[in-house]
Design a protein around this ligand. Structure first.
Ligand code: GDP
Ligand code: IMO
Ligand code: MG
Length: 412
């Protein structure tokens, strides 16, 4: 039977997209909004993502599963654009089970998503070590992302639809080349055992998620798209080559889920009130020394995946404007305002001159905004900062984060 296209209301999907170099706090707003959505979907990337949420003082980190998982009514989708490391997925499923949540019955994994094998991780590490020797390391998460997308583009990847097959022959065919070119040994037996074990748990979840999402839209269900990574890490629009290997924008998310462009209603761009970056690459407003360390400590800026200290610096408006432009952000979520509570002077990069950032300086508020949940209760100087970002980007700031916890968010 032919499915009726475009039968759902236009604009019934909301996307949450990072506007900087990742770790903006996408997980937190997803967790907050998820209560109102029927489906939460991840589109691209893999276990390079680390989305942290704190609920009732307990920390949960999501890598492959979306951060909306704790809401037990929601259907969960891992889209076609993803590269899935099955042992990590099984570990996440187990962790949720320990927290009393059985995600499998409401988990849908695209049959078109690619399997990320352990040998992809080995290859990522070997590439990274090689580049580091020549001073050109990207500082990847070593989670195998680049090599898995390489295989996909070279059309030698293995998709989730084959999870229940014996893959020994396909893996053996790669063995010699990888051994000769990189000195990497694929443990075919171990990889096969691992897929077989994983299949016992998730094979029943592998399905046509494009048809599923379309059916959800037809029955007027609401879909929340959880972006991973962020716009400045996008393979096309980011700070190439210091980027990830997927399309991290809203367009990439639609492609990764097989959703049509007109389904998008809201695009929530997420930006820290300052800025961080993990890994190598230009960071014009990076701040070294005491201020950088204070931001890192106050913001807990250590990678949730790799535990690496994140590089810290100031918000750079031209980047935010460009991200808002690329994604068509309909509103912004400025996160971690509370981290700036102790800054006497808060800087915002407004441009560049001779390779250096040009700043506008703002007087800090020097009092606690932690947990503040109404805009009127923010100190005047914090309101001035927010309103300047809003004016310069032309995008309304609808959400302002003031802490890690669920309620610690101003909604305007
Ligand atoms: P994501 O990858 O974009 O989901 O972000 P991460 O989870 O990697 O990093 C964001 C970190 O900031 C997490 O530890 C969050 O709990 C924390 N966080 C998010 N919003 C806020 C906020 O408004 N204030 C503070 N202090 N922490 C926040
Ligand atoms: P979330 O979803 C921050 C960075 C890595 C590295 C570059 C390439 O938590 O915001 P990769 O392993 O993808 O090949 O690494 O991209 N990176 C992230 N940085 N947050 C992320 O995800 C990231 N995912 C990848 O640090 O610089
Ligand atoms: Mg993160």
């Amino acid at each position: 039977m032919l499915m009726k296209a475009n039968s759902a209301a236009v604009g019934d999907c909301t996307a949450v997209i990072g506007t900087q170099w990742g770790d903006e706090g996408k997980g937190k707003i997803i967790d907050m909004l998820a209560a109102e959505y029927d489906v939460i979907a991840r589109a691209c990337g893999g276990a390079n993502a680390g989305h942290t949420i704190v609920v009732a003082g307990k920390k949960h980190v999501f890598r492959l599963l979306p951060s909306g998982c704790l809401h037990e009514h929601a259907q969960i989708v891992l889209g076609s654009g993803m590269v899935i490391h099955l042992p990590t997925l099984i570990e996440e499923i187990d962790l949720l089970r320990q927290a009393g949540i059985d995600i499998v019955p409401r988990l849908k994994i695209s049959h078109e998503a690619h399997i990320l094998f352990d040998f992809h991780k080995l290859l990522d590490g070997a590439n990274e070590d090689h580049r580091a020797k020549t001073g050109k390391g990207i500082g990847t998460t070593r989670r195998g992302i680049g090599p898995a997308y390489c295989d996909k583009a070279a059309r030698i990847g293995i998709r989730m639809e084959r999870i229940s097959e014996n893959l020994a022959e396909d893996l053996s065919a790669r063995k010699d080349t990888l051994q000769r070119a990189y000195g990497i040994t694929i443990d075919v037996d171990a990889e096969c055992r691992c897929i077989e074990e994983s299949a016992k748990i998730v094979a029943s979840s592998v399905t046509d998620t494009v048809a599923f999402l379309s059916a959800m839209r037809s029955s007027r269900k609401h879909i929340l798209i959880e972006g991973a990574q962020a716009t400045l890490l996008d393979i096309d629009h980011g700070t190439y080559p210091y980027v990830t290997s997927s399309s991290t924008t809203v367009a990439g998310a639609l492609q990764g889920l097989g959703l049509p462009p007109q389904c998008i209603g809201e695009v929530i761009g997420v930006a820290k009130a300052y800025c961080t970056r993990v890994g190598a690459g230009d960071f014009l407003t990076e701040v070294q020394g005491e201020t950088g360390e204070r931001l890192r400590e106050r913001g807990g800026e250590y990678g949730s995946v790799t535990k690496r200290p994140r590089r810290c610096g100031w918000l750079f408006l031209p980047d935010l404007q460009r991200s808002a432009m690329i994604n068509g952000c309909t509103c912004l979520n400025i996160t971690k305002l509370d981290v700036l509570d102790t800054e006497e002077v808060i800087r915002i990069g407004v441009g560049e001159s001779q390779g250096k950032a040009v700043y506008k300086d703002f007087a800090g508020w020097m009092c606690s905004t932690a947990g503040v949940a109404s805009y009127e209760r923010l100190p005047k100087n914090a309101q001035v900062l927010i309103e300047c970002i809003e004016m310069e980007t032309g995008v309304p700031i609808r959400y302002i984060g003031t802490g890690q916890g669920r309620g610690e968010m101003i909604i305007r």
